[in-house]
Write a protein that binds this ligand. Sequence first.
Ligand SMILES: [Zn+2]
Length: 256
Amino acid sequence: MQNLRREFIKKSSFVILTSVSSTDLFATTRKIKKNDLFIAKKDYKVFHSIRNKLKLVQNYIGYGNFNVISFDTMLYIAKRAPKIEPFTKDEIAFLEFIFYYNPSVHGFFGNRINNNITEKINKKSIKKIPYTGHYLFKGKSEKTYYEMKKDIGDSLTLTSGIRSIVKQTKLFLDKINRVNGNITIAAKSIAPPAYTYHSIGDFDVGKKGLGYANFTSKFARTQEFQQIIRLKYVDVRYTINNKDGVRYEPWHITTI
Ligand SMILES: [Zn+2]
């Protein structure tokens, strides 16, 4: 791990990953491990500016639309919309880096799903799921979701559907921010932008009214989850101790 990291930092022209002492973090509340990787201090400004612009773009086009927005559309909106500044060269370089780097350097071993940062989601292949703010791909994802609702009941809801590369980037960067810049910890709960199965069909379900607890182990104790594991056509992707290095996610449904 140590050697891998050194080599990685040397090769990279845009160094965002670094191993730092706790005094360099945004805050110092979390326990860190010796080999954890962090956003480099010199990149804090770019990092926070990107997060702010992504938020403004999301506010501008709306939560639902943002879930399926392409990289080029995001750049276009930032450039044209009032009160949003265009993404700078450094910010685009950072975004490209966070898309193209190999996260195995910090212990994330999932498969790369998207190879090109400008990949678009075909709007004809997706369907908006009423009252959720989320989309699903027509075909297996949509069918599985509605079958689950039929078998489990109306208390089951879609908590996260299709996520474009841009949406996943926002989630990943926001998570990194919440864990004080620690990329190693962030990647255990949010896959890096190119590594989410949400971009090709997986989705998350939850119990209506449970809120954020739907994304914690509390979900595994709900009646809804007990019913899910009895359904033969449903698989949960991230089981306990999965080889991808991702935490246990009882709410994440595999469709691929
Ligand atoms: Zn998920």
